[in-house]
Design a protein around this ligand. Structure first.
Ligand code: ADP
Length: 427
């Protein structure tokens, strides 16, 4: 299976979001964690997940180019640079500098920039990004601690991050479809623009934009605009119609949920699960010791693990309890303690035969994946929007047979109330 689309994503959950979009549109896809070393896994699309959104510019550029090198060496025919649908960045970067460096690496002179994702309320009109009914700079994103977005005009925002000129393909053109968009892009490129912000307010627009950029070496945007790309490869006869794009190895073995997110959705999911399956709530305030917490959890699971329904181990707590632990240990140390405890729990669960594991929380997922030595995730079907089951090969030394586990890594606020139960009906 030759690699068709090579993707560089500027954060972990954004990478999964993109990978899931590609799978839904008929490409098999593997998410690789960090700049890949050695051979890439077989798939129609590979998404390299970096943590470059708020990294220093030079580091973000170097890692993105290294990822691009690996993808191109594996034969990728087109590169996709994925960033957030709210265009999270500052005047220093990292969207402009990374896109500039990728264009240079490809010896290309032009790319679109389209973070629109109408299904999630992100639309672009006359170059202005809306979140729901509000302009970006009135959406709450103006207060983001790391990337405050105070200007909704993406032409201006991107212009401040690059020495290239930025143009706009606006709504009336996009409405006319792929041919008109392609012509407008050609005109902008010929007139010396390096980027074009492209308006989009519906999925039909995103499909048309996708078709219009079939011949581009680099496409940049949110996961929305990627929905139109698989069809280009099918049209060119490079991608078969796949009914099995989301296929994963057969899932067997014991089930568990590990939760470190304190987001409202996760607290609701734990509450829902409490009436139906065994739930252990760890008390980090009473036992502020990661290994001791992990031991408590692993003693508790004895005799409770099951192949049909999960056990739930949660450190998650309501705001006042989180604040109490943070006051005692400091914010960073409190987070690190809980992450380490849950990573040890996850490792212990796998050692006890758990092969289907849901992890709730972005940072928590990062800690678990690192602890298990996971370097790639094959993307399967979605459980709820944005959260697919994945299959993660484990390092040979882990002694797990078969040589991997099914993982669902849930960003804290994602998923319906019954997520922890529903997930195990899906796999
Ligand atoms: P989300 O995706 O909801 O943001 P994360 O896992 O990214 O979830 O972040 C949650 C953070 O809160 C983690 O660093 C986790 O270790 C920490 N945490 C979890 N439970 C507690 C707790 N009881 N007290 C303090 N911090 C906690």
């Amino acid at each position: 299976m030759p690699l068709l689309l090579g993707c560089v994503a500027d954060d972990f959950t954004g990478a999964t979001d993109l990978a899931s979009m590609l799978v839904k549109n008929g490409m098999s896809c593997v998410q690789v964690i960090g700049v890949p070393e050695g051979d890439l896994p077989e798939a129609d699309a590979v998404v390299v997940a970096l943590k470059s959104r708020t990294a220093p510019v030079t580091q973000a550029v170097a890692e993105s180019v290294a990822a691009a090198d690996a993808l191109l060496a594996a034969g990728a025919r087109q590169l996709f640079f994925k960033y957030c649908s709210t265009f999270d960045s500052t005047d220093q970067g990292n969207i402009g500098p990374v896109a500039d460096a990728l264009l240079k690496r490809l010896s290309a002179g032009f790319a679109i920039a389209c973070p629109a994702f109408p299904a999630n309320g992100r639309s672009i009109y006359q170059g202005h990004l809306f979140v729901g009914q509000r302009l970006l700079n009135e959406s709450g994103m103006e207060n983001h601690p790391l990337t405050p977005m105070r200007d909704p005009d993406l032409v201006r925002v991107l212009s401040r991050q690059t020495d290239g000129a930025v143009g706009l393909v606006s709504f009336p053109v996009v409405e006319q479809g792929a041919g008109a968009i392609r012509q407008a892009l050609t005109r902008l490129a010929e007139s010396g623009r390096r980027y074009a912000i492209v308006d989009a307010v519906t999925d039909a627009h995103l499909h048309a934009i996708g078709e219009a950029v079939a011949a581009h070496a680099l496409v940049t945007g949110g996961s929305g605009v990627a929905m139109g790309l698989p069809e280009n490869f099918r049209r060119a006869g490079l991608l078969p119609v796949r009914s099995d794009a989301a296929a994963l190895p057969q899932a067997e073995g014991l089930c568990a949920v590990v939760a470190g997110s304190c987001s409202r959705a996760t607290l609701g999911q734990i509450g829902f699960a409490r009436d139906q399956v065994p739930v252990l709530e760890l008390n980090a305030l009473a036992t502020p010791d990661a290994s001791a917490l992990a031991r408590q959890a692993l003693e508790w699971v004895e005799g409770r693990l099951d192949a049909a329904r999960p056990v739930v181990i949660a450190a998650s707590a309501p705001p006042e309890k989180v604040a109490a632990l943070q006051q005692k240990l400091g914010r960073e140390a409190a987070g690190a303690l809980v992450e380490q405890a849950l990573a040890e729990v996850a490792e212990g669960l796998v050692a006890r035969g758990v092969r289907r594991l849901v992890v709730a929380g972005g940072e928590t997922s990062g800690a678990v994946v690192t602890r298990l030595g996971v370097t790639s995730l094959r993307i399967g079907a979605e459980i709820d929007p944005g959260v697919p089951w994945t299959f993660a090969p484990l390092p040979r030394a882990s002694g797990v047979t078969p040589a991997g586990i099914h993982l669902a890594l849930k960003s804290g606020n994602f998923g319906a109330r019954d997520f922890f139960l529903k997930a195990f009906d899906h796999v």
